[in-house]
Design a protein around this ligand. Sequence first.
Ligand code: AVI
Length: 313
Amino acid sequence: MAFTFKNLPVDRDDLRVDVLTGLSASPKSIPPKYFYDDAGCRLFEAICRQPEYALRRTEQALMTARMPDIAAAIGHVDCIIEPGAGDCAKVRLLLDALRPAHLAVLDIAGAPLAAAAEPLSRDYPALAVTALGMDFIHDLEAATPYLPAGRRLVYYPGSSIGNFPPDAAAALLARFRLLAGTDGQLLIGFDLKKDPQRLHAAYNDAAGVTAAFNLNLLARLNRELGADFDLACFRHYAFYNPVAGRIEMHLVSLAEQDVMVAGQRVHFALGETLHTEHSYKFRCDEFSAIAGNAGWQWSAEWVQDGFAVQLYR
Ligand code: AVI
């Protein structure tokens, strides 16, 4: 049926400024959103196929097995909204079960989003699909004129919420209420706290794909900012921090070295870390407290093999 694509202006994403700011901080860091250039997206897909990284497979298995219950708990919805929809693959199970009239998918990468969303309007002839290329983290309000009235479900799968620091996660959940409107619901998937060895293995796969994903960040800075990082002089280092309840991912300098980045000299001491990602893990009660503080009311949850999906009103 109808397919609409709008690329809304994104003016907050400035790789050069963000990278130079992060490299002059102590400890050094780069925002994890910069993992996802074309090579990074391909490496992330490869991570999801590694035997140690079960997160995506487990969520799919849970959604497939429990869908009748999930659909019954959600009830009728007119519109599903998926921020960060990427390849638009995950939402198909919900479309099959809920048959909404409208789907709105949002992602910072507008062109790949449009390419992934358009086939949905062919596969579901009764569905109106709106794809919005936009920065939903900073400019969520810009989406509201494109959303139809009626009962809405915001869908945020994949434990993406775990990549935000706790304050930012709570703020994003609060802003999702804008998308949901009155009478709206939130269906969200997140990774649970579990055996730390299992978590450790998931971010240290034997094939080295997560290491390549992490190091690709430096390769991207070489490609896009004319940097001269020697990838062999940095080590992927990821571990579970049980006090903070998160995987921490770092690139540790194996030597004292100077690197040129966007025309600026950046010094790394031997053993100095460049922090690249946090991936928070939750207990169900911890997550519902965060969502509750963001104004959401818990309504149901489903748990399978270390992964949870919760429904809020
Ligand atoms: C996208 N996100 C939920 C992944 C995670 O597990 O935190 C990103 C990732 N980083 C390393 N492996 C996967």
